[in-house]
Structures are given as C-alpha cells and as structure tokens.
Ligand binder design. Structure first.
Ligand code: SF4
Length: 306
C-alpha cells in the first residue's frame, strides 16, 4: 500500500515510515483498507468520495487479520475494488495494476500508511479502532461538498445543470445532496435486509449446504435451482430451509427494489450504492453456500456448480 504514481514502483519511499516497503502491491490486491475516524478529513477535503467505498454490513462475513472469515459485529466501510468484488477480485480501486502504484498515495487512508507487511504491529494496533460508519462518511462528505459549493459560489462558478439552482451556486448532489434523511433510509433497508433479519437463513445454513452438496453430487458442473421439497420422503425435505430460502429471496427482491428507489428518489450514482446499502443481498448468498440467479419469475436460489 505504499506506492505513488509519480514514484518508481519498487524504489524505497522517501518517507522513513515507508522505507521497508518494496512496492509489490500484494497488500493492495488483498483489498482496500477499512476506514477510520482520521480518514474523514480525506472526505471533507474531497480526496475520497463515497463512490470509492464499499460497506460490509453488520453480520456480513469478512476476512479478519488472521485470514479467517467471521461475521462483522458492526458495519465496516472500506475502499472498494474496481468492480465491487466481482469474480472475487478485491484489489483496491486505486492500485494501478500495471506498475503497482497508488492513485491516492499522498492522501491514502490511515491503514495504508500503517501497513508494512514485514512489521504488522502498527496495522494490528489500528485495525479495530475508531472505524467509521456510513453516516460518519456521509456527514464528512456533505460538509466538504457544502464548503466546496460555497467556495465555488464565492468565485462565481457554477457547473450545475439544474435550472433551479441559482447562477453562481453549485448544488451538491448524490450522497452529498442536502436534506436527504440518510439515517432513516439506511435503517429502513436494514429492517428488511439486515443480516439479523436473515439470521434464520444462517441458522439453517448447514442444512442448506448439505442439500447443496447432494445436488452438486447428482449434477456435477450444473448450476441448478435447489429442489426444496415439503415432502418428508424427499432428500430435500427441509421445511425450515425452504422457509429460510423464501425469506432470503424476499430480502433479495426488496433489496433490488430499494436500490432502484434510492437511485431514483435521492439521485445517487450507481457507484454510490455499494457504499450506501452495502453489497447486494444476492451478492452475499455465498455466505449460505448458494448463489442467486435471475430466473423467468425473478431471483432464485441456485447451487454453485462443482
Ligand atoms: S489506497 Fe493506495 S495504498 Fe491503499 S490499498 Fe489502495 S492502492 Fe493500496
């Protein structure tokens, strides 16, 4: 996490604290940093924006410093990968993969400054301390956006396409749009799609995975819907699991609809959604040993092919 665009990729850095970094980029490929209170200044100054972030919500599985996957006790905001963890590539969006340089080196977050792979004391000390929430980031970003808009208004500049915005004034948009009740919006999403709501799915996760394993054994290489059955004679007679799958798919449908509504009503960009609402519920289906596929009648739970 210690390269800069205008510095040789593998040269020792001028900063004493970076002297041992070889610039291999390995740590940046393992994922962007979790953000801490001191990083909020980067949002106020406009060096980082909500669209650069991804939220892992409370209860979602995340890899800890020891490499183990554990459910998060609290939400975690981090710099996101380029394509929101698609294909399992968690490489930080600011890493230039061709030369291992960091696109925001001068303004990199605290964990990036603390991490030296050959001396992990500083990152372990910082790791769980003063982590920010989405509301912290939204507040800092809105404050910075308002200041920048005020400064632009003072300078008589405006790049707003909104005719309702007076000339010479730049209206903050998206996550920084004034008056949007984000706390209520995030709470409403959690109420229907939170991982505590999905606890019954987790509770029967073992049964779901056993059924998935059996289906994989029957149809290797196929991505099939799980043939859940209420028939006690069926190997897939998993009444509780069937109910859990229904609850899960209900959350998937609500999550998709809610995202569309937030985009439409609050005017947020697609890139801001993974920060505002976390990864889609569908994207986290792997937590339960299954995947979600869009079928003719909407989303359906399917089993990973072997
Ligand atoms: S911000 Fe820069 S140093 Fe930090 S993980 Fe991303 S690319 Fe690496």
């Amino acid at each position: 996490m210690h390269n800069e665009h205008d510095m040789p990729a593998l040269a020792p850095q001028a900063d004493d604290t970076d002297i041992d970094c070889r610039g291999c980029g390995t740590c940046c490929r393992k994922g962007g940093p979790a953000l801490h209170t001191e990083d909020l200044a980067l949002f106020r100054a406009g060096h980082l924006a909500p669209e650069h972030c991804l939220t892992l919500r409370a209860g979602e599985l995340a890899r800890d410093l020891d490499g183990q996957l554990r459910p998060l006790e609290r939400e975690l905001v981090k710099l996101r990968p380029r394509m929101a963890a698609r294909g399992g590539d968690w490489t930080c969006l600011f890493l230039n993969q061709s030369d291992n340089r960091c696109g925001v080196y001068a303004h990199r977050p605290a964990e990036c400054r603390a991490l030296l792979c050959r001396d992990t004391w500083a990152i372990k000390t910082l790791h769980a301390v003063d982590r920010v929430t989405r509301l912290d980031v939204l507040e800092a970003w809105a404050e910075g956006a308002a200041e920048r808009a005020g400064a632009a208004a003072g300078a008589g500049q405006s790049d707003s396409p909104d005719p309702a915005v007076p000339a010479g004034h730049v209206a903050p948009g998206g996550c920084a749009a004034p008056g949007v009740p984000w706390a209520d919006i995030l709470a409403a999403h959690e109420e229907r799609c939170g991982y505590s709501v999905l606890a019954p799915v987790g509770a029967v996760g073992a049964a779901l995975q056993r059924a998935a394993d059996e289906l994989r054994a029957r149809n290797p290489g196929m991505a099939d819907p799980m043939p859940l059955s209420e028939d006690p004679a069926s190997p897939f007679h998993v009444a509780d699991t069937a109910r859990a799958v229904d609850a899960f798919l209900e959350a998937v449908r609500f999550d998709f609809a809610f995202r569309s509504l937030v985009r439409e009503r609050a005017g947020v960009a697609m890139e801001e959604l993974d920060f505002l609402l976390g990864r889609t519920v569908a994207a986290t289906a792997a937590m339960y040993g299954v995947a979600v596929r869009m079928g003719a009648d909407g989303p359906e739970v399917v089993v990973f092919p072997t």
